[in-house]
Design a protein around this ligand. Structure first.
Ligand code: GLV
Ligand code: MG
Length: 311
């Protein structure tokens, strides 16, 4: 795992097609927490090889501030993966934080990437273990194996749901993945969201939701973000700058939540100073060690979003 990026915020994760110099040049000015330069499905097969060099140049020459910087390589079932890694990791230098591996099916897929990264790091003089991995779960077999996948490598930083490929893998009767299905009574992905979240948290990973494909439908995006934000996901992909603004807002705590969480921590600390432990009163509510753990998450997320205490 990359020491630098593991705990950085990933509320908004902007997808940037690696074949487009225009989109690559624009990306650093879009205030996403994380940008990933794509070599996979947003790049046409004939452009895949040329895109590697464009991505390396963009990483080395553009002003990326301190956001998480990632490249999505092609999946292991193509002919491109190993050369993607050698050219991009070898050429990009230390600013590249991580590689995203799409269509992960089993722990072996991640272990293979981990081993390849170690060789490339050795050959190109990078610190061993520098490059982190983001694993995309976007097939039925990937979801079935998500627990072993999350446990498979110290390089893993996040687990990411890919709703479009997943809908295709499930043979769902939809033509757009990752949007509401109005005729379904409930959230058709609730089980999937919860299963991925539990597996990711069990192994200390950040957990990210994938793209919302209707890029002009900000209201629909907002509704969709609420589902994973309310479950506790850390962030969601963005395909357009307007989506970044909305997503950053939804995956940050409100000022009120941030202030209340800080006040809970203060009250709990004061009441349990020394060896006194157990439940204490906070206003008309009883708080205990579990309340402290919940509050800590709001505080760390709020701090990452730049909030300052009002109380
Ligand atoms: C993303 O890669 C998706 O398939 O949704
Ligand atoms: Mg996909």
């Amino acid at each position: 795992m990359s020491e630098r990026s593991r705990n950085l915020p990933r509320r908004s994760c902007l997808s940037v097609p690696g074949s487009s110099e225009r989109f690559l040049e624009k990306a650093p000015s879009i205030p996403a927490d994380m940008s990933f330069l794509d070599l996979e499905d947003s790049v046409a097969p004939l452009e895949k090889e040329a895109a590697r060099g464009k991505v390396v140049k963009a990483i080395r020459e553009l002003p990326w501030d301190d956001r998480v910087l990632c490249v999505r390589v092609n999946a292991w079932d193509t002919k491109w993966t190993y050369q993607d890694v050698i050219e991009v990791v070898g050429g990009a230098g230390e600013r590249l934080d991580e590689i995203m591996l799409p269509k992960v099916q089993s722990a072996a897929d991640v272990i293979a990437m981990d081993l390849l990264l170690t060789q490339v790091e050795k050959n190109f003089g990078l610190p061993i273990g520098h490059i982190g991995i983001e694993a995309q779960i976007e097939s039925t077999i990937g979801l079935i194996n998500v627990e072993e996948i999350c446990a498979s490598s110290k390089r893993l930083e996040t687990i990411v749901f890919g709703p479009a490929d997943f809908a295709a893998s499930m043979e769902m009767p939809v033509l757009t993945g990752g949007v509401q299905i109005p005729t379904y009574p409930g959230d058709h992905f609730h089980y999937v969201f919860s299963k991925i979240l539990m597996a990711g948290r069990a192994y200390g990973l950040q957990v990210i939701d994938g793209p919302y494909l209707k890029i002009r439908d900000i209201e629909g995006l907002n509704d969709y973000c609420q589902r994973t934000a309310n479950l506790g996901y850390d962030g969601k992909w963005a395909l357009h700058p307007d989506q970044v603004t909305e997503i950053n807002k939804i995956y940050s705590p409100t000022q009120e939540q941030f202030d209340r969480a800080n006040a809970i921590l203060d009250a709990y600390k004061e009441a349990t100073e020394g060896d006194r432990k157990g439940a204490v009163m906070f206003g008309d509510e009883m708080i205990d060690e579990a309340s402290r753990k919940m509050a800590i998450k709001f505080v760390s997320r709020g701090e990452r979003a730049g909030l300052k205490r009002n109380n």
